[in-house]
Design a protein. Structure first.
Length: 452
């Protein structure tokens, strides 16, 4: 048999990019779901009601997005990731919910011959299960296919918040559009309208309702990201999802508990849980910043960062000021370089923090990922380093005697809050070893070698 042969050097295969293919599929899927759900909502509300509902539903979105971005600013998430979560909630999860809820309600009504009972049962028993499962699918996809970006409760908190905000946005269009349509039919005035009452309840009193439910699922996924046991990695997200469904069911049932049922559930359950989650968000953010400060101090001691950069990288105002300073001198590319430098520095610190606390089982590819982050930091340091050092000076984050242009590893490391470094020893308290020794867990070769 004759075979066509070629020299090995001519055999060339175009590299495949499964990540890009998945991204294109997701974009097309979300676009199709968005068109379908918007058309379904427009059919139910009418065109005028749709646009009125759309305008009013946009108002709570900006504060919620800003709040969840604030929680995640210690280690910023890529805009593509949070945009996917928001789009999934607004398009895919909303489409699944409206179709599944409608089907379940019709089936119950046909089986029981009681439409009012079907609506009540669907609201309390069906809707929480369907809606929370649909929103949890976005977190599951990120957990499975973007595991590096899902590192703990903070990531689950933020991504769940964006997903639920998107879902609430689409749902509010439907409710507000239907209310406006009812007001038009009845000729109701603005102040006494159903639209105003609906917006007050959903947009003023309880815009946090859906994010509050889904954050429980996000915290479950975040806790699962910190464990290596298979049972916990499956059980913790399910526990969070069950909690989200329970809270959602309780909230939906409040209107069936009498005239004061809504106020009782709102005041005795929703407000305390919201306060607890707000406190938890602040605690998570501060804990992350302390971890970033401690790990970056070690990299500064090794020469990868200047000591003046460390306090600037753990201060949100200093980060913003550094980006503004870079833009004022080098334009938008310089500001973008500083933003990427800040994100990579935070990711590097949290990577080492997880590796030291969890060992090789939690971060098996620690060395390679650390080398890549260090390389990216080194490439942008000429632009970002001076801007961050100047921001630290302008924000009064350095002692008066400190020289930001001095050699790395000076006494400034002793004054970094929560650095976790014993001054003068280069050791981590409690470990008894120098960071970079083999017994302290995964260690970078670059850490011991220093900058090139």
């Amino acid at each position: 048999m004759l075979r066509a042969t070629r020299p090995p050097r001519l055999l060339h295969r175009v590299p495949r990019t499964p990540g890009a293919a998945r991204t294109c599929v997701l974009v097309v899927l979300l676009g199709a779901c968005g068109i379908a759900i918007l058309e379904l909502v427009r059919e139910q509300t009418g065109t005028p009601g749709f646009f009125v509902g759309l305008g009013l539903a946009l108002l709570p979105v900006a504060p919620l997005v800003a709040a969840f971005r604030w929680v995640g600013r210690a280690a910023p998430h890529p805009w593509a990731q949070v945009s996917f979560c928001f789009g999934w909630g607004a398009c895919a999860a909303a489409l699944i919910a409206i179709l599944a809820n409608s089907f379940a309600t019709q089936w119950i009504a046909a089986a029981t011959a009681d439409p009012s009972n079907a609506d009540q049962l669907g609201s309390v028993a069906i809707a929480p299960v369907v809606e929370e499962s649909a929103k949890a699918a976005a977190l599951l996809l990120v957990f499975l296919f973007r595991r590096r970006q899902f590192t703990g409760p903070s990531d689950g908190f933020v991504m769940a918040g964006f997903t639920a905000t998107g879902f609430a946005f689409t749902e509010n269009i439907l409710y507000l559009g239907n209310a406006f349509d009812e007001d038009v039919e009845n000729g109701t005035g603005v102040l006494n309208s159903v639209t105003a009452a609906t917006f007050f309840v959903r947009g003023v009193m309880s815009p946090f309702a859906h994010p509050l439910f889904t954050v429980a699922t996000g915290l479950g996924f975040g806790a699962a990201a910190l464990t290596v046991r298979r049972t916990r990695r499956i059980g913790l997200p399910l526990l969070g999802l069950g909690s989200a469904m329970g809270l959602h069911a309780l909230w939906n049932s409040s209107s069936d508990l009498g005239e004061s049922g809504f106020y009782v559930v709102y005041g005795c359950v929703m407000v305390p849980v919201f306060g607890l989650l707000a406190w938890l968000a602040v605690w998570i953010r501060r804990r992350r910043l302390r971890a970033v400060a401690g790990e970056l101090a070690l990299y500064a001691a090794a020469g990868w960062l200047s000591p003046a950069e460390v306090p600037a990288l753990v201060s949100m105002p200093a980060r913003s000021l550094a980006r503004a300073l870079a833009r004022s001198t080098g334009g938008r590319p310089a500001g973008r370089a500083v933003a990427l430098y800040e994100a990579d520095a935070a990711a590097l610190a949290l990577l080492r923090h997880r590796a030291r606390s969890g060992g090789p089982a939690r971060e098996p590819d620690f060395a390679g990922r650390e080398r890549e982050l260090l390389r990216r930091l080194w490439l942008r340091r000429a632009t970002a380093g001076p801007a961050l050092s100047r921001a630290a000076v302008l924000e009064d984050l350095l002692p008066p005697w400190f020289d930001p242009l001095g050699p790395p590893g000076g006494p400034a490391l002793e004054h970094v809050p929560g650095s976790g470094r014993v001054p003068g020893s280069g050791r981590v308290p409690g470990s008894g070893r120098v960071p970079g020794s083999r017994r302290s867990g995964p260690v970078p070769s670059a850490m011991t070698a220093g900058p090139p």
